[in-house]
Design a protein around this ligand. Structure first.
Ligand SMILES: *Cc1c(COP(=O)(O)O)cnc(C)c1O
Length: 396
């Protein structure tokens, strides 16, 4: 992380606010573009992690396109990264969305033989490239079961048993590609294990395919990630099955590319615990801190209860569990002090909410030259707009 104090970097901005750092996005883009250049694979931005489209022109200098989880993200990718590929995977498509999905997406990935049967023919008639998500039943992660699509009973992807039961020759012949997504913040060793499991279970299918999409969860831009090993397995797949590999990382594209600036509003004490209440909320503004859970990096502080002055940082909402975590400081926190959380570009602005009537933090851009530029502000209307009537009168 940058060694300057938060006040120096962002001290005067009204808080809470997100700041997205162009230089870091560019740094990540260069790493990903290197993988594309050396292997001939294609890399897409998974928009569910990061969809601040003001930065799509920058990312499109490096990436091959976008990946969407459904219609709206597909529309956003098509609109805001013009001329680049749009891929979509959805657990199940809705009839009412599908015409528009066909209009936006180049690749459409289905989650089941039933969905392929229902929509595949229409997609083929429109010359779309179509794929099926498989489930290699190979868990390589522990501790985050909600992020493990290979957990027993998972609804995501077709197991080999289901494939053998339900995939008729006609359905198989419709497929252009195979998709798997099983990783989360993992290194290339987990990809290696997964790819070998895919080969063992679906090795007979792959030679007939034009592409293999290896999903997201590749932590490629993290310091120490084994890029050589990643490239080895991309090349292995492309040579062995004569197809094109796609990766669709979300997190890796915008890793460490954002900050959430907040201020201390109050400090209270209970049973020896010092609680610092901030103007930012874990539940509203960094939901993965609670959902995953994880402890975000904080400038000028150490995580845990080490450190001379330790505080439990939490939001101003009424939710007892609206706690970011415990941090140690070299000084006592006082009202008005700025605290700057790191790695806040991903799964934040696209996932936040107005629970408790909390305001949404404004979004700023930090330009490569270090200037701060306001992109988006929110107000009362953004809270109210989702809660009440906007139809003149409609009854059925
Ligand atoms: C979540 C997801 C991604 C992106 O995952 P990251 O962990 O952000 O890299 C890519 N593809 C699919 C199908 C996903 O569900």
């Amino acid at each position: 992380m940058n060694r300057q104090t938060p006040e120096k970097l962002f001290g005067d901005l009204p808080t809470p606010c997100y700041i997205i750092d162009e230089a870091v996005l560019r740094h990540n883009g260069e790493i990903l573009a290197g993988v594309i250049r050396r292997t001939g694979c294609k890399i897409l931005l998974a928009q569910k992690a990061f969809s601040n489209y003001d930065f799509y022109p920058l990312l499109s200098e490096y990436l091959s396109g976008t990946e969407a989880s459904g219609l709206y993200e597909a529309q956003l990718g098509k609109e805001c990264m013009p001329g680049k590929e749009v891929h979509v995977f959805c657990g199940a498509y809705q009839e009412t969305d599908f015409e528009q999905i066909l209009a936006c997406a180049d690749h459409i990935v289905f989650n089941s033989p039933g969905q392929l049967k229902k929509y595949g023919k229409r997609a083929k008639e429109e010359n779309r490239s179509i794929g099926l998500r498989i489930n290699p039943e190979c868990s390589t992660q522990e501790g985050h079961e909600i992020y493990d699509p290979c957990a027993p009973g998972s609804r995501l992807g077709v197991t080999r048993a289901a494939w053998d039961r339900e995939m008729t020759p006609e359905l198989v012949s419709m497929l252009d590609g195979i998709h798997f997504h099983t990783l989360c913040e993992q290194d290339a060793d987990a990809l290696e294990i997964t790819l070998l499991a895919v080969e063992e279970k679906f090795g007979d299918i792959l030679p007939r395919m034009q592409w293999l999409n290896m999903g997201g969860g590749h932590h490629i831009t993290r310091k120490g990630y084994d890029i050589t090993r990643l490239e080895k397995w991309i090349t292995y797949a492309q040579k062995k099955w004569k197809l094109r590999v796609y990766l669709e990382p979300g997190e890796a594209a915008a890793l460490n590319a954002g900050y959430l600036a907040s201020r201390v509003l109050d400090v209270t004490e209970n049973h020896g615990i010092q609680n610092a209440i901030l103007d930012a909320s874990a539940a509203c503004h960094m939901p993965d801190v609670i959902e995953m859970p994880y402890l975000p990096p904080l400038y000028g502080a150490v995580s845990g209860t080490e450190g001379k002055y330790t505080y439990r940082l939490g939001g101003p909402t009424c939710l007892s569990g609206d706690v970011i975590g415990d941090y140690g400081f070299d000084h006592a926190l006082t009202e008005g002090e700025v605290l700057l959380f790191g790695d806040m570009a991903i799964y934040t602005t696209c996932k936040n909410n107005t629970f408790n009537g909390m305001a949404l933090p404004s979004i700023w851009k930090r330009t490569a030259g270090g200037k701060l530029e306001l992109l988006r502000e929110f107000g009362y209307e953004d809270f109210k707009i989702r809660l009440g009537r906007n139809i003149v009168r409609q009854t059925v």
